[in-house]
Write a protein that binds this ligand. Structure first.
Ligand code: PMP
Length: 391
């Protein structure tokens, strides 16, 4: 028979109850989860096809319609983080050889270029400087020149702190037979989104930012036009796990329900609760709360002599704030001091902004005055240590 050697303890797993320090996650995400959402995740599991669980999935889909401001039937959560939503959108909306114009003004556009290339699309990289957004004129010119199947834009570029306006873009896309795909991972719930009114055809997002849930769910929506595109594909979606023909059927998009993969039971509880919190507060009140936190942060930072990385005030994202590191200041030392002394996470730059900026997230549960005050206190202390502020 099979040999049965002595069990090796060389790689024995951890023992004892897990303990986690309380930290204030004020970087670009994840943000702190609302305790009500964490509590929902500790409820007993249901089977992933049990009727009471399917009802929770229905509630998630309905809550997403409110969040996206869309009457579409086609909402769901991809099982995974924001990247799963990104890859799902790209894998389904593009067939090999089709064109995508990628508005690239930071790390997310760069990654979408890479992903679309992997799925065999023809990628047009529409690059603009980090810290700026695209004008409608630039986008319209690219649409008319390339007539792409898809235009990608990132509403909230978290590597640069830029907010991309969508005004007029949906209309320009429709005129050119292009589907508009928008990344809202760090903006959905924090800034206005009116998918139907703005003509946005497809959106993906993430759970761990303005929705105050842990990472692990990627809200996604398609309108009828985007769904039609997927239904009329000539080639199979090249990812089984992310094929919306199959995942959509689990979420009831096509009238029945079939098992595709095991729904992320506790994570969908979290999303149900997150969306209940959004509905109870009301979208507009949530947007105003995020805006106020952003204003309060900048009132304090300006007083310390700090400046925004994004030059044009209308391009500034309220949910992820980017702050120029002044000459002679060690940005990493300020981050370390904030963590060591205040348990506050302040992030440095990423991609095109590495070493040049700090990033402060004011998202979801964290977009409130007490958290703003804490971040300001951490900056004041760090900048004093650095000799930038007088003691
Ligand atoms: N897009 C944007 C704008 C993001 O900020 C992020 C996360 N930082 C992502 C996509 C990717 O999401 P995730 O890390 O959850 O996969």
């Amino acid at each position: 028979g099979e040999p049965t050697p002595a069990i090796s303890d060389a790689h024995k797993g951890p023992t004892g109850v897990l303990e986690i320090p309380q930290r204030f996650l004020m970087g670009p995400g994840p943000a702190n989860a609302d305790p009500r959402i964490l509590a929902a995740q500790s409820l007993p599991l249901l089977g992933h096809m049990h009727p009471p669980f399917l009802k929770i999935m229905d509630e998630v889909q309905q809550g997403l319609r409110y969040l996206f401001q869309s009457d579409t039937k086609y909402t769901l959560c991809a099982s995974g983080t924001g990247h799963a939503g990104m890859e799902m959108a790209i894998a389904n909306l593009l067939e090999p050889g089709e064109k995508i114009v990628v508005g690239n003004n930071g790390i997310w556009g760069t990654r979408v270029c890479d992903m679309a290339d992997r799925f065999g699309a023809e990628v047009v990289n529409l690059q603009t400087a980090a810290g700026t957004s695209f004008s409608l004129a630039e986008l319209t010119a690219a649409l008319e020149q390339h007539k792409p199947a898809v235009l990608f834009l990132c509403q909230g570029e978290s590597s640069t702190g830029v907010h991309q306006s969508l005004a007029g873009v949906g209309e320009a896309c429709a005129k050119n037979g292009t589907l508009l795909l928008v990344d809202t991972v760090c903006s959905l719930g924090g800034v206005p989104m009116y998918a139907d009114a703005w003509g946005v055809d497809a959106i993906y997002s993430g759970s761990q930012k303005c929705l105050s849930a842990p990472p692990g769910a990627a809200p996604l929506m398609l309108n009828d036009k985007a769904l039609q595109k997927i239904k009329s594909r000539k080639t199979k979606v090249r990812s089984y796990y992310l094929d919306l023909n199959l995942v959509g059927d689990y979420w009831g998009w096509f009238g029945s329900r079939s098992y595709h993969h095991t729904g992320m039971v506790s994570m969908w509880y979290a999303m149900r609760e997150a969306l209940a919190i959004v509905s109870e507060e009301g979208l507009e009140a949530g947007w105003v709360r995020h805006e106020q936190a952003h204003k309060a942060l900048w009132a304090g930072l300006s007083e310390m002599g700090l400046h925004p990385f994004v030059a044009d005030p209308k391009d500034r994202l309220v949910t992820v704030n980017t702050i120029k590191v002044p000459e002679g200041v060690d940005w990493a030392a300020v981050c370390k001091n904030a963590m060591d002394k205040f348990s506050v996470e302040i992030a440095g730059g990423l991609g095109p902004t590495a070493g040049q900026i700090w990033r402060v997230g004011l998202m979801g549960y964290n977009a409130k005055p007490a958290n703003v005050e804490l971040v300001l206190a951490a900056f004041k202390d760090g900048l004093t240590q650095q000799g930038f502020l007088k003691a």
